[in-house]
Design a protein. Sequence first.
Length: 390
Amino acid sequence: MQNFVFYNPTKILFGRNTISSIGPETAAWGSHALLVYGKSSIKQSGLYEQVTSSLQAAEVEITDHGGVFSNPLLSHVQTGIEKVKQNDIDVIVAVGGGSVIDSAKAISAGALVEHDVWKFFSGKKSIKKTLPLTTVLTLAAAGSEMNSGMVITNDSTREKFGFGHQMLHPKTSILDPEITYTVPPDYTAYGAVDAIAHVLEFYMTASDPETPVQDRIMEGLIENAITACNRCLENPTDYNGRANLMWTSTLALNGLTAAGLGRVGFPMHMIEHSLSALYDIPHGAGLSIVIPGWLKWFSKTHPARIASLGKRIFPSADIEEDSDELVATRTITILHNWFGRVNSPTSLEEVDIPQSDIPRIAENALALAKVWRLTNYTAETIEEILHLCR
């Protein structure tokens, strides 16, 4: 296990009837909030009224900033930054999933600088201060509610880049599983896929070979994401199913899973970001396409690592005396088939992306590979992986 610093200052309020706490939790940090959210779902469900009532009761003034897309756009972030500067806003409140929270994080950092907020994502500038952020989570997926990362799509260049900094941690995040009852089946599945991908990236790319504590945590999270997702799809109002999926997604990317692993990478996300940037497909849907293809490519050189995962969480993958190569192949197949069973796509063809577009996708992904210092991923390597996504 490598030396590490685990730092996570986000306060979590988890469980039923916690939404009413958003007012006092926000008032502790400011008196005029920019309320960031998606489209009409939080108003239709009544959540918008719950949040605004709590904020008003705590004497927090509200400026609305709705309309975040599922793949959040830089232009919408820039509009939010202008609202902050024009209205003397001193705190941000995000009500939504990872896209909404990521947009809010970008606004919280971009509102305090004169340069374009995109310079954070392109690696040209670093964050020195942010506005405080509180969140109400509505989708179990990205883990943005308890981490220091954010992802935004530049709608001019069609680049989808991620950036992380410790100042981007939310101050408080409220996680009430009941408000995810209305999440439709496809996005429930896409969220579970996203959580699995976060853990898989760490599990497969860890540079330290001796991390049994982290391995057992990660294996358990993957197994629970699958089990909890199945429960939610079978019964959307299964409280414990929703609670387990929500907390699994949060833990998958709050810094704990990566502690002690040494250098890790996000190659699957790097490739998927190009799919959702170029074709505007849901992030989880893109990941369920990329994951099996990347694992097939990775298994050529690291079958034992994939076999280790399969032996722990997929009993049917492990047949006595079989080689690591065979166990790895079965593990990939089981995961691939589960994606199919929850109706998350597993090939480029399923989302109408032709094989002829692969060079274009690889070229787009290469820009992020350079920013994230994934130096082993050339355009040719990315194309090879994409050809296995079928």
